[in-house]
Design a protein around this ligand. Structure first.
Ligand SMILES: Cc1cc2nc3c(=O)[nH]c(=O)nc-3n(C[C@H](O)[C@H](O)[C@H](O)COP(=O)(O)OP(=O)(O)OC[C@H]3O[C@@H](n4cnc5c(N)ncnc54)[C@H](O)[C@@H]3O)c2cc1C
Length: 269
């Protein structure tokens, strides 16, 4: 007999602004006083997880590592339809880079026990590395399928998932053994909006907070000290100076000739 499918969807709480500021001392993002939202890419991950639950049964747990205020984003995930949520929050996690984040999330999944599938977004809107999903897979020793645009098949008996990946030069169909980690593209679906019933459920939901002392994560491997990344400098690149040359002529033919002459002069053709 196959037990109920258990999916964990990773959603990051990100600043709800494009005006991201950095602390020059710690070289980390200034988060205090900044409104937050679920990482937009993770809405597609939540939708993918909910659709799989609708087809195969089971439960979907939303998980985030962040400050205590990130509970709001988890409630939003429950309002969309997730069954429950877990917040990883502790002073020990502060300053974690992608490696430490992936380790902390992987420890929490291991602590949960039987999990069949982890679904992540393609990337976070702020950090933008796309490393955390593959990092979790590496930490758990599970197969990973990234850039997924469609789940073609999920066979719980055979413990197998078949997906379509969208690549720059085409599509690729790939099968992986469960448990696995999947990162989802925004082409995968159209995320649903929260229902009134979902919002009521979210309002009542009790979201547990886990620190390393609960999940069993080694405190030396999380937080700023546990992060191998060293940020040497954070800066906004200065705008490049360029010159514009307008080519005008009486006919399109003459404009094309002028353009060709200009490109030839610059040795670009
Ligand atoms: C030295 C250093 C210190 C840092 N300090 C902090 C800090 O104090 N606080 C902080 O928030 N960031 C901090 N960061 C940024 C941090 O590395 C990344 O924001 C975080 O690890 C996720 O990486 P990313 O944003 O590139 O996510 P990506 O790898 O682009 O995210 C891909 C997917 O992984 C999942 N995911 C990513 N992060 C989380 C998460 N936290 N919870 C659940 N799911 C997630 C989501 O599904 C997401 O779509 C620090 C970075 C460095 C280098």
């Amino acid at each position: 007999m196959v037990s109920e499918m258990r999916i964990v969807v990773m959603c990051k709480s990100v600043p709800d602004t494009m005006d991201v500021r950095f602390d020059p001392q710690t070289k980390t993002m200034v988060r205090a006083g900044v409104a937050t939202t679920i990482n937009p890419f993770d809405l597609f991950a939540i939708e993918a997880a909910l659709r799989l639950r609708e087809q195969h049964g089971g439960t979907v747990t939303a998980m985030t590592m962040g400050p205590s205020a990130a509970q709001r984003e988890l409630q939003d995930a429950i309002a969309m339809g997730c069954d429950d949520a877990v917040l990883l929050s502790s002073p020990a996690y502060a300053g974690s880079d992608t490696w430490a984040t992936a380790y902390a999330l992987a420890c929490a999944v291991r602590y949960m026990g039987e999990v069949d599938l982890i679904v992540c977004g393609r990337q976070a809107q702020d950090g933008d590395t796309g490393q955390v999903g593959p990092g979790i897979a590496r930490q758990l020793g599970w197969p990973q399928v990234t850039y997924v645009s469609r789940v073609c098949e999920l066979d719980l008996m055979a413990r197998r998932i078949v997906v379509e990946r969208l690549l720059e030069d085409g599509r690729q169909t790939l099968a992986a053994q469960l448990p696995a980690v999947m990162t989802v593209l925004k082409d995968a679906n159209l995320p649903r909006t929260a229902t009134l019933r979902g919002m009521r459920r979210a309002h009542r939901a009790v979201v547990p907070t886990w620190g390393p002392e609960i999940t069993g994560a080694d405190p030396r491997l999380v937080g700023l000290d546990g992060s191998p990344t060293r940020v040497v400098r954070v800066f906004s690149p200065t705008a490049r100076q360029g010159q514009v040359q307008w080519i005008t002529a009486a006919t399109p033919q003459k404009v094309a000739e002028g353009l060709l002459a200009a490109l030839t002069a610059e040795q670009l053709v």
